[in-house]
Design a protein around this ligand. Structure first.
Ligand code: 5GP
Ligand code: MN
Length: 335
């Protein structure tokens, strides 16, 4: 992130003498970067004297529940009324790791009438400039957590501490899929070095995130690979479909499918991988790819979703069969 005019504006807002009432929120189905960026920013803003409430739209996967600040956050799904009042009482509303309220459908009803000054901090493509009072967007960085690091470093680096560092570490490490993608520039690695100097215990955190499967979740992963993998060899593609019934068989909990979609990329001949999983209210599409294979275009063009070149997703409202047909058509046409 360069120290541009927008960062100076952000600095003047955050460092003003006024103690602001700030709501920090992030996207639904929160992942490591969503949580890392919103929690790190919240802690920073509290430390410089603001009154901050963090609102996470829905359930937090168990392997992120150790993150500093999680226990002080509100879950929108669990208490709409309270979260609505926190949002309407705030004078600054900050969204991290997504750039359009249309992605947070449930919450967008609550936020449509916000009077607060709205700030978006994000790294996804096509940021809608007119949706926000201040948009801090950099689509080239590894993660939103990387931007948060640079913001704190720019505004007041003496506020960094082990807790902020753990949140930022989690965001960068998970959003790059352990540095598999977006790691051809050195800045995220430099940040990692600094985070370790701030006290991050890499081994401890990696175990908390990655070696913390329940027995059921681990068996769901095995089942998905052994029983449910479809391999389209001539297209270099693979996909897995999981029904609601199958998820329930493994006592599904939020986060149980995370990581499954990346597994087929371990196959030498697979460049594109998809997971179609049936949720109670929708079908979730997850897409991953290697190197220059672009799944963001697929997500956007065929499923009205989005994301990044190597990791994208969408919500689909239709049948599993329809989702599969569209995916097959997309693979046929694009690859
Ligand atoms: P995941 O497969 O982990 O749910 O999502 C991968 C990436 O795709 C996320 O980091 C996010 O950037 C993007 N993504 C997932 N779902 C959606 C969606 O419904 N709309 C948009 N625009 N992007 C999504
Ligand atoms: Mn992200």
């Amino acid at each position: 992130m360069k120290n541009n005019a927008k960062l100076l504006k952000l600095k003047s807002i955050f460092m003003s003498k006024k103690k602001h009432k700030i709501v920090v929120t992030t996207h639904k189905n929160p992942d490591g970067d969503a949580l890392g960026s919103s929690l790190a920013l919240s802690r920073f803003l509290k430390k410089i004297g603001h009154n901050v409430n963090t609102i996470i739209p829905d359930a937090i996967p168990s392997f992120y529940k150790w993150m500093p600040g999680i226990d002080d956050s509100y879950i929108f799904d669990n208490d709409h009324e309270l979260c609505d009042s926190l949002i309407s009482d705030s004078d600054i509303f900050i969204a991290t790791d997504f750039n359009s309220l249309t992605r947070n459908l449930k919450m967008s009803c609550s936020t449509q009438s916000i009077k607060a000054f709205s700030i978006c901090i994000d790294h996804h493509l096509n940021p809608p400039e007119d949706e926000w009072n201040l948009l801090i967007s950099d689509t080239k960085v590894s993660s939103t957590s990387e931007i948060i690091y640079d913001i704190i470093d720019f505004i007041n680096p003496s506020m960094f501490d082990k807790e902020i560092a753990e949140c930022i570490y989690t965001g960068i490490y998970t959003d790059t899929n352990k540095f598999f993608h977006c790691c051809d520039h050195s800045h995220p690695y430099e940040i990692m070095t600094n985070l370790i100097k701030m006290g991050v215990n890499v081994n401890k955190i990696n175990n908390l995130i990655y070696n913390s499967y329940t027995y059921d979740r681990f068996k769901l992963l095995g089942y998905s690979i052994y029983k449910k993998l479809n391999f389209i060899e001539n297209k270099g593609a693979a996909y897995i479909i999981l029904t609601q019934k199958e998820l329930q068989k493994f006592n599904y909990e939020p986060g149980y499918t995370e990581g499954i979609v990346s597994m087929p990329l371990s196959i030498e001949k697979v460049n594109i991988s998809a997971l179609i999983s049936e949720r109670k209210d929708r079908i979730k599409i997850s897409l991953r790819s290697k190197t220059n294979y672009d799944v963001r275009y697929l997500a956007q063009r065929y499923f009205n979703g989005g994301g990044h070149k190597n990791a994208s997703g969408a919500d689909f409202y239709g049948s599993l069969d329809d989702a599969e047909k569209i995916l097959l058509k997309a693979i046929e046409e694009l690859f």
